[in-house]
Design a protein around this ligand. Sequence first.
Ligand SMILES: [Zn+2]
Length: 247
Amino acid sequence: MFLHATASLYAAALLIATGLTYVAWREIQSEEPRRIRFKGAQALADSLPMPAEGSPDMRFRLLSPWETAAAPVALRFDPPLGALIYNAQPFWEMNVRRGGHHTGDDLNGIGGMNTDLGDPVLAVADGLVVYAGDPSPGWGNIVILAHRRPNGELVQSMYAHLDRIDVSPGELVGRGRRVGRVGTAHGSYPAHLHFEIRTGDGVDIGAGYGGDPLNRVDPAKALFEWRGAAADDFTPSPLGVALREGN
Ligand SMILES: [Zn+2]
C-alpha cells in the first residue's frame, strides 16, 4: 500500500513536470512576441505609440551641455506657416475620439484637406535643431528646435507630420528658414502642421493628446507674447542672413 502511494506520487510529479516542460517548450517555440503580463504595464505600453525595437530611441533625453550653450537667443518669433491659415484643432481642445486634450495647434491652409501639402514650414525663431526624425507612424516626420528666450529661458518649437525634413540635428537655423514641408504623417491625416511650443531643456516627443499639458504651452499665445516685433514686420533674421540661408 505504502509503495503504491509513493508510486502514485512519483507518477503525479512526473506528469506535472512533463506538463511544465511542455508549456515552457511551447513558450520558447512561440512566434508571438513576449507580452508584458501585468495589466497596468500593458495598458501603459499600448497607450504609448513607441516602437519596441529599432534604432536608439532619442525621444526623451536632456539637451547636451553643448546644445544648451548653442541654442541661440531668439529675440522674436514669427508664425510657422505663411498667410491664409486656420487652426483646425487649437491647443488643449478635448478630443474624445483620441482620448485626451490636444497638445498643440493643427494649422491648415484655408483651402482645406491636402491643398497645403508641401507648403514650406518655417522656423518660428532663430534656433538649434535638436531633433529631426520619424519617431512613430502617428507622428511622422518631426523637427524640434531649441531657442533661448531673451530672459534666459530655454524653449522648443516642434513641427510634426512633415512631408519632408529639410534640416539636420545640430544645425543652427535662422527665423524663417524652411525646416520642412507640410505633410500627412505618411498618409495618416489630411495634410496639416501639428505645431507645439514646449518649455524646459529636454527633448520629449511624447504623445499628441494627453490629460496633462506637462511642458507644453499654448503655441498661439506664446508666439503672440514672444513676438518681439510689430505684427506686420517680417524682416529676415540677422542670423539667417549671416548663415546665408535661402529657402
Ligand atoms: Zn495635432
